[in-house]
Design a protein around this ligand. Structure first.
Ligand code: SF4
Length: 263
């Protein structure tokens, strides 16, 4: 079998989440995969040549059939296993499970004010920024690999280099940072559609912001994601009316219909 064009599969287990972000692209209508559907999805991905899986949602720690179970099933089938999470439920008092190779965590500012204005979580808990700082420290101490993702919005444009500098210090103080992903805000999903006016930026602003941070020669890779739905290496999978949907095919079809004026 020739090597696949895309080798990273994001499996969206369900749409539920224990927080709300102003730019969330997830749809409330997303179906919850059963355990059997998840197992079938893994087999399908293996047959298509994917070797790297990002278990996501919604929030994968809230999947009713158990995130660790899902990670172990993927690990047993030979995938490199990443978990895209808001971090709230990453255990901080236990040894981290060895069926997960890497966590993907969000960071959208280097102060509580910057980050929490788009990552909404009860302030009584200290807010989401405090949780992310705790989790990054914990992962550093545990010598665990992490990828950090930032959604570039009208708010983040001015603070992007601050986030880059923070990550540089994280690496210099012993953190294992696999990469920094920069996603351009897209006005889709339960949060993105509501926040388009407040958070939207042009592709020119996005490109220019990424160029600026790349000039700073940070000691880690920066991935640019102008539209997360159209990536050369990543594809997305979820269930709709029980059927497995492949994101690239689904969104290409939608784009075609939209261009032809059918939508
Ligand atoms: S973007 Fe925020 S609300 Fe949406 S799934 Fe991720 S953590 Fe949950």
């Amino acid at each position: 079998m020739p090597p696949p064009e895309k080798n990273i599969a994001v499996v969206m287990l369900h749409g539920l989440c224990d927080m709300f972000c102003s730019f969330c692209v997830t749809e409330n209508s997303m179906e919850c995969m059963t355990k059997d559907q998840y197992a079938e999805t893994l087999d399908h991905l293996g047959e298509r040549g994917f070797d790297n899986i990002v278990i996501g949602g919604g929030e994968p720690f809230c999947w009713p059939h158990g995130l660790y179970q899902a990670a172990k099933m993927a690990k047993d089938k030979g995938f490199l296993v990443q978990v895209g999470t808001n971090g709230i439920k990453i255990p901080v008092d236990n040894v981290l499970p060895d069926c997960i190779d890497r966590f993907v965590l969000p960071l959208d500012g280097v102060t509580a004010e910057e980050h929490n204005r788009v990552r909404l979580y009860p302030e009584a808990s200290g807010g989401h920024f405090r949780i992310i700082m705790d989790r990054l420290n914990h992962l550093k101490k545990a010598e665990y690999s992490v990828t950090v993702s930032t959604v570039v919005t009208r708010h983040t444009l001015a603070t992007l280099s601050g986030i880059g500098d923070f990550l540089k210090n994280y690496v210099h103080s012993g953190g294992i940072l696999h990469a920094w992903h920069l996603y351009c805000f897209i006005p889709e999903g339960r949060g993105g559609r509501l926040s388009a006016r407040e958070l939207g930026i042009s592709s020119h602003e996005f490109e220019s912001a990424v160029r600026d941070v790349r000039k700073r020669n940070y000691p880690f890779i920066i991935f640019k994601r102008p539209n997360m739905r159209h990536s050369a290496h990543v594809d997305f999978f979820w269930r709709q009316e029980g059927r497995l949907i492949c994101g690239s095919q689904y969104w290409n079809q939608l784009d075609k219909l939209s261009r032809s004026g059918t939508l």
